[in-house]
Design a protein around this ligand. Structure first.
Ligand SMILES: [Mn+2]
Length: 332
């Protein structure tokens, strides 16, 4: 991506989470002399709608960070704009555009733990708060198992008089806007980060702190709902309008040390959200399977997220459960 390729009006499309917001901040900072709007997709959509695609046809260049949008979406955008993607999610390499994703080019995911890290490296920046927050947002405490990266985080903390929990709290605060469903606030966040000059500006943001209070109450309520175990995988059904399925899945999986699958019936009228997390297995084949069945489906080695028409939810859930149980047997 060369600056001379970025002529005219630009659009930055980013994931709604901490990693997406921080990646967007890093891009904005680098391209402060350019005319760039930013948008996140409709929260929960890992694709663009016809309406969005139409609206975005007016841009001359489009940068996409931390999102593996469907190839059809990308090719549609590329009809009118130069497209640049920076990402670490799995998916096909899209050769028709600039697609910088070391993970799908065979590099070790451990060395590229977030889009913010990839963007920061690409820009040849030094290690900084935003490169690290993207990692913390995506991996939380699990990043402590990644020796190389955790050392970098630890030494950053020491130099800046912060601790790991401060970083974790910052990531929760940045994630709070999408979790309560506030798309506008997500899109405002990269701009706020550009204005902020201390990590305490993030930690003290009043609106984000209020979001967290509301979310914690809802998460506690949903975690109380019953759970069953099927062939070694924990299965839980929740009903919430908040975007907390990934948080709930993480909590259940990590607290119980088991593969976990959560179904949220309360987010869409006609569809369910499902989210699976495995501790040792590889969900990639099931992501491919979900896509081949025509579902909106994405994820990484250890997680799968999908949006499924309500009538088909149990069909796909059963397939995932049986896949996880087979893989389990092989490992033992
Ligand atoms: Mn990410």
């Amino acid at each position: 991506m060369k600056k001379e390729e970025l002529q005219g009006k630009g659009l930055l499309i980013h994931h709604w989470d901490t990693d997406g917001i921080c990646s967007a901040k890093l891009i904005f900072e680098q391209l402060s002399d350019k005319n760039i709007d930013n948008r996140t997709p409709i929260l929960g959509n890992y694709f663009l709608t016809e309406k969005e695609l139409d609206e975005y046809s007016k841009y001359d260049f489009i940068i996409i960070v931390d999102m593996a949008l469907p190839k059809e979406n990308i090719l549609k955008l590329a009809e009118h704009a130069k497209v640049f993607i920076f990402d670490h999610h799995l998916g096909p390499e899209i050769k028709e555009v600039f697609h910088h994703n070391p993970v799908i080019k065979g590099e070790k995911p451990d060395e590229y733990p977030s889009a913010s890290w990839i963007v920061n490296k690409y820009l040849e920046n030094k290690v900084n708060l935003y490169a690290l927050l993207g990692i913390i947002g995506d991996h939380e405490k699990k990043i402590k198992n990644n020796d190389t990266i955790y050392k970098i985080i630890t030494s950053y903390c020491q130099e800046n008089d912060l601790n790991f929990d401060d970083l974790l709290n910052m990531a929760y605060l940045l994630d709070s806007s999408y979790k309560i469903g506030d798309k506008k606030a997500v899109e405002k966040a990269p701009h706020l980060l550009l204005e902020y000059d201390s990590p305490y500006d993030i930690l003290d943001n009043e609106k984000w702190n209020n979001n967290i209070k509301m979310l914690n109450e809802e998460i506690t309520q949903q975690l109380d709902k019953p759970m069953e175990e099927k062939n070694g995988t924990l299965l839980k059904e929740i009903n919430t309008q908040y975007n907390i399925i990934s948080t709930i899945t993480r909590k259940v999986a990590w607290e119980n040390g088991k593969n976990t699958l959560v179904i949220n019936t309360g987010f869409f009228d006609d569809k369910d959200q499902i989210y699976a997390r495995t501790l040792k297995n590889n969900l990639e084949p099931m992501i491919m399977r979900g896509k081949s069945l025509g579902f909106k489906c994405g994820g990484k080695k250890e997680v799968l997220g999908a949006i499924i028409p309500k009538k088909k939810t149990m069909f796909f859930v059963d397939e995932i459960l049986s896949y996880l149980s087979q893989d389990d047997t092989k490992e033992r």
